[in-house]
Design a protein around this ligand. Structure first.
Ligand SMILES: Cc1cc2nc3c(=O)[nH]c(=O)nc-3n(C[C@H](O)[C@H](O)[C@H](O)COP(=O)(O)O)c2cc1C
Length: 306
């Protein structure tokens, strides 16, 4: 069997198949549907300082080859995350990456300070600077190089754990934002969050989403994700976690060729919460058939025509 382990910072993950923030709850919801011990890591849904109800419905709609959501960061808030979830994570042997969202630098920092102040085994943080659905989603940071570098630097000082900045495709130059994350001291970047989209019911003439615009995800955005990862790969020396439209092992291979060192599966979990186990088995078979010893050997090895 091929070696599926991947390194990000000083952490080794047993395989590169992670589940994406917001698509797998707090990681404890569906024990009968998925064997979480098989996952490389779980990225938990975005946590803000205070609990949030999220946006009013309708906040999810199916589209061609994907879905649009405008959940609006509904979550239990950091205090409950600390009291209710961290003790549960102590009993799990699957690495947990906590995703944080905020509306100001202070909010991101306060959340991290609170988590760092208690004992826990989470392996790191993914910083959501890319939620398109609410003003608190960090986009203010994710579209601005100087703000990204400053925020990354401030968070870097607060933790020795993995620090991963989650990038938005809804920017002029994603490579520049990735470079700012690297300069600020991030161990890795993850790309991409959802792509701004809109869906309209031609009969009612209403937008299908309460907030008019939402975040498009699923297979429809895979080409956008691959392009973003490859642009970032050409710009930085830190690992990239590829996200966007992954539903099978070939998608994973393509993300590795583009430059990813691991991936996150998002929307596909809604269709089949056990999809990651299937992807992992397929991936093992693919690598064995091709005689590839280590998945890491594929990182960034796409052939281009220039
Ligand atoms: C319903 C839903 C909720 C999401 N919530 C979050 C979130 O709380 N934080 C975050 O960083 N990303 C969130 N995302 C974005 C995903 O983590 C992922 O970046 C995106 O969906 C692209 O991957 P996919 O095409 O595999 O779904 C959410 C996506 C969906 C579909």
């Amino acid at each position: 069997m091929a070696n599926l382990s991947v390194n990000i910072g000083s952490t080794t993950f047993k395989n590169p198949i992670f589940v994406a923030s917001g698509t797998f709850g707090y990681g404890t919801e569906n024990p009968e549907l998925v064997d979480i011990s098989k996952l490389g890591a779980i990225v938990t849904k975005s946590i803000t300082l205070n609990p949030r109800e999220g946006n009013p419905p309708p906040r999810i709609v199916e589209t061609s080859s994907g879905m649009i959501n405008s959940i609006g960061l509904a979550n239990i808030g950091v205090e409950k995350y600390i009291s209710n979830m961290l003790p549960v994570y102590e009993e799990m042997d699957t690495p947990i990456i906590m995703n944080i969202a905020g509306s100001s630098m202070t909010e991101y920092m306060d959340i991290m300070k609170k988590v760092e102040a208690v004992s826990s085994s989470i392996v790191g943080y993914e910083i959501n600077i890319s939620c398109p659905n609410v003003k608190e989603g960090g986009m203010e940071f994710g579209v601005d190089c100087a703000m990204t570098e400053k925020l990354t630097g401030k968070l870097r000082k607060l933790t020795d754990r993995l620090l991963i900045m989650k990038l938005s495709p809804n920017v002029t130059d994603i490579a520049a934002i990735a470079t700012s994350s690297e300069n600020g001291g991030a161990n890795a970047v993850s790309a991409i969050n959802t792509v701004v989209g809109m869906s309209i019911n031609h009969r009612s003439r209403f937008s299908d989403i309460y907030t008019t615009f939402g975040g498009l995800s699923g297979p429809a955005i895979k080409p956008v994700g691959l392009a973003c990862v490859h642009k970032v790969y050409n710009a930085v020396n830190i690992p990239i976690i590829g996200i966007g439209g992954i539903v099978n092992s070939t998608d994973v291979i393509e993300y590795f060729l583009a430059g990813s060192c691991s991936v996150q599966v998002g929307t596909a979990n809604f269709r089949n919460p056990g999809i990651t186990e299937i992807i992992l088995n397929e991936l093992n078979n693919y690598l064995d058939e091709k005689g590839i010893d280590s998945i890491s050997s594929l990182i960034g090895s796409v052939k281009t025509h220039d």
